[in-house]
Write a protein that binds this ligand. Structure first.
Ligand code: G
Ligand code: G
Ligand code: MN
Ligand code: NA
Length: 250
């Protein structure tokens, strides 16, 4: 069992890293930015997935310091990239329970010098259920400052189309489960096509996640998807390994 003490130590002893996965323009392949993904290498147990330690951090009250650490790291790194590259940072619903979230994020932008329009926040549908008025207020403060908001894992939670009307999303990310099935399952393809059409009519950009093959990319290009992400374009990597990606077609 993962221990709270280990995670506290990880934060204090810099066992955490942030890796970056490219986000690319679907049609032209240009890299438009990177998603920040936290990584933990436990000194004894080795690599531990955020799928395990993010929920632990939420339970034991470490999600705020952990989230703040990731945000500061990601914005510091992104400030060194060409100014047409954005960074996307995942936020857990638990972070929105703290009244100061927007203020803290804006303080990190100020401190690191990253322009607000180069930061994108990835939130999931589960966030929108709990206390939508409060979440909306926080997102609006950030949005007014110029930060972009992206709806992650779209289609897997309790999707409601009214969310798209009510919340100020700039992007929808179609969950990778639909992309992985798109060639085998006609319904997955139909859902992808419908989300792309919905995005076009609402002027919300659509990203397809989990693109692993050239044939998937081809289909998404035929459907005029806006953006793609996945192992085909690049796996999450350490910032030291981004060099080539940062100079491609910038
Ligand atoms: O990168 P990987 O597939 O291991 O990520 C697994 C899950 O962990 C994904 O759902 C991703 O959104 C989430 N995750 C990765 N980094 C962060 C982070 O910094 N904060 C939060 N809240 N979730 C993250
Ligand atoms: O929930 P979220 O979309 O934030 O999750 C991002 C996670 O998806 C990361 O942990 C990343 O490692 C994983 N991922 C990214 N691209 C691919 C892909 O092409 N295939 C698979 N199987 N996982 C991917
Ligand atoms: Mn994400
Ligand atoms: Na996702």
């Amino acid at each position: 069992r993962l221990l709270e003490r280990d995670l506290r130590q990880a934060l204090a002893e810099e066992q955490l890293r942030v890796h970056y996965q490219p986000l690319a323009d679907c049609g032209g392949g240009k890299i438009v930015g990177f998603e920040a993904l936290v990584r933990w290498t436990h000194p004894v147990r080795g690599p531990i997935s955020p799928v395990q330690f993010i929920p632990l951090a939420e339970e034991c009250g470490l999600i705020m310091p952990l989230g703040a650490w990731v945000m500061r790291r990601a914005c510091t790194d992104a400030a060194t990239w060409p100014d047409d590259k954005l960074v996307a940072v995942n936020l857990s619903p638990a972070q929105f329970r703290h009244a100061d979230l927007a203020k803290e994020i804006l303080a990190v932008l100020k401190e690191t010098g990253l322009p607000a329009n180069r930061l994108e926040l990835e939130v999931t549908e589960s966030l929108l259920i709990d206390d939508p008025d409060r979440v909306l207020a926080t997102l609006q403060v950030l949005k007014e400052a110029g930060v972009r908001i992206s709806l992650d894992d779209f289609g897997t939670g309790y999707s409601s189309l009214s969310y798209l009307q009510r919340f100020p999303f700039d992007k929808i990310k179609i969950d990778r489960s639909f992309v992985s099935q798109m060639e085998k399952n006609a319904d997955s393809m139909s859902i992808i096509r419908a989300v792309i059409a919905l995005g076009k009519s609402l002027r919300i950009k659509v990203t397809a996640e989990g693109v692993e093959s050239a044939s998937q990319l081809n289909l998404l290009q035929q459907e005029n998807c806006d953006l793609v992400q996945g192992y085909l374009l690049g796996k999450p990597m350490a910032k030291e390994d981004l060099g080539k990606m940062l100079s491609i077609a910038s």
